[in-house]
Design a protein around this ligand. Structure first.
Ligand code: UD1
Ligand code: UDP
Length: 362
């Protein structure tokens, strides 16, 4: 079987690493060889947003890099669609594998379906029910045109059923849980906290990059001011996404970072290490919310809704939007929250293996 993986953004490299490893494992011990061709759209391109993940997670070097980035949604998705079509016509894969909800996801799904190539969507069925999010549009459209929908949770399966999508839907578990299990011990050993002059369970880890928080200067200011307040009592480390850094620079608002320990984006293993030893994580990232749950670290989500509703119902995550007072008060009352240690809604760490078995059978 010839499979084309289409990826372009940081979280997709991490998810694809889990599946690539499962493909390699499958190829060593079975017949029915799966040839994986990796197409990097170029959406994320800085070394610490792209190459570091391929090296550290041993993802095969991309066969193609389309170099399409830093454009408006229409321009980016349109250019990707055009270039992906050329690759798909040349390679003639049996199936195209897409991940998550970025512009690279949507472009990959569209390019394939227009050529009648089956599409498999990893992380299908997630919904925020907020159509102002670019990711929600990408997810809904990608799911609608996918033949195989690999859901990470039962909630995702039921979201799809409500849209009358039931064929080809499988709850395989979350590939991000697989990859966390695979690397967490290595991350712990390889990256001592002294690297960042931090102490175990004595700091807050934060990430901010969502369009809804960064494009809106008031929301971003509220969040950063809340972090500055927290930083008066506890170290706050912020690996800063290039989008957020650029917007703060253009607006002349870098002073909003004063008092915070601002660092460049870190590698996946470094991030796991920072997450597992944090007292609390404050984030608007989808992946980081879930990783907080995997490590059993309380999370404050800097959004008005989340797709990862299981993290809320189990008490590990609380939605605070971009309200300065709510964020600081929730942080103050972290220890009063009841949390469920038993719930495990994200599978058994074998999601990627299940995906490969399903792809192979079909
Ligand atoms: C994208 C995804 C978002 C995902 C996030 C993961 C879409 C619509 N959004 O958001 O769903 O959560 O990736 O991080 O696909 N930039 C750099 N260097 C890089 C990458 C980006 O400088 O390596 C800058 C560019 O100026 C770019 C801006 O960041 O214009 C935003 O990048 P883009 O890929 O458009 O969106 P993200 O905010 O990264
Ligand atoms: N991540 C990382 N380095 C960082 C910040 C995040 O390796 O400096 C990882 C994080 O551990 C998670 C993934 O990137 O696995 C989440 O990606 P991101 O927050 O960019 O996107 P989202 O999940 O919101 O789409």
């Amino acid at each position: 079987m010839k499979l084309i993986t289409i990826i372009g953004a940081r979280p997709q490299f991490i998810k694809a690493a889990a599946v690539s490893k499962a493909i390699q494992a499958h190829n060593t011990c079975r017949t029915n060889f799966i040839q994986e061709i990796i197409v990097h759209t170029g959406q994320h391109y800085d070394e610490n947003m792209s190459k570091v993940f391929f090296t550290e997670l041993e993802i095969p070097h991309p066969d193609y890099n389309l170099g399409i980035a830093a454009a408006t949604h229409g321009a980016m998705t349109g250019q990707m669609l055009e270039q992906l079509e050329i690759v798909l016509l040349k390679e003639k894969p049996d199936i195209v594998l897409i991940y998550g909800d970025t512009n690279s996801t949507l472009a990959g799904a569209l390019a394939a379906i227009k050529l009648h190539i089956p599409v498999a969507h990893v992380e299908a069925g997630l919904r925020s029910f907020n159509m102002l999010m670019p990711e929600e549009i990408n997810r809904i459209l990608a799911d609608r045109i996918s033949h195989l929908l690999f859901c990470p949770t039962e909630t995702a399966v039921s979201n799809l059923a409500k849209e009358s999508i039931t064929n080809g839907v499988y709850n395989v578990g979350d590939v991000m849980y697989d990859i966390t299990l695979c690397y967490r011990d290595k991350a712990y050993q390889a990256h001592p906290l002294q690297t960042w002059k931090l102490e175990e369970k004595a700091y807050a880890l934060c990430t901010i990059h969502r369009a809804e928080n960064t494009n809106d200067s008031i929301r971003l200011k509220n969040i950063l001011t809340a972090l500055q307040q927290i930083a008066q009592e506890m170290a706050v480390i912020l690996p800063l996404h290039p989008r957020t850094r650029k917007l703060l620079t253009v607006r002349g608002e870098m002073h909003l970072l004063e008092g915070l320990q601002v660092i460049d984006p870190v590698s996946y293993l470094e991030m796991l290490r920072l997450e597992m030893s944090a007292k609390v994580i404050l984030t608007d990232s989808g992946g980081v919310q879930k990783e907080a749950f995997f490590h059993k670290v309380p999370c404050i989500t800097l959004r008005d809704e989340t797709e990862w509703v299981e993290t809320l119902s189990s008490g590990w995550n609380q939605l605070c939007g971009a309200n300065q007072t709510t964020i600081v008060e929730t942080w103050h009352h972290l220890d009063t929250q009841n949390r469920d240690y038993q719930t495990q809604p994200y599978g058994d760490g074998k999601a990627a293996e299940k995906i490969i078995n399903l792809l192979k059978d079909i």
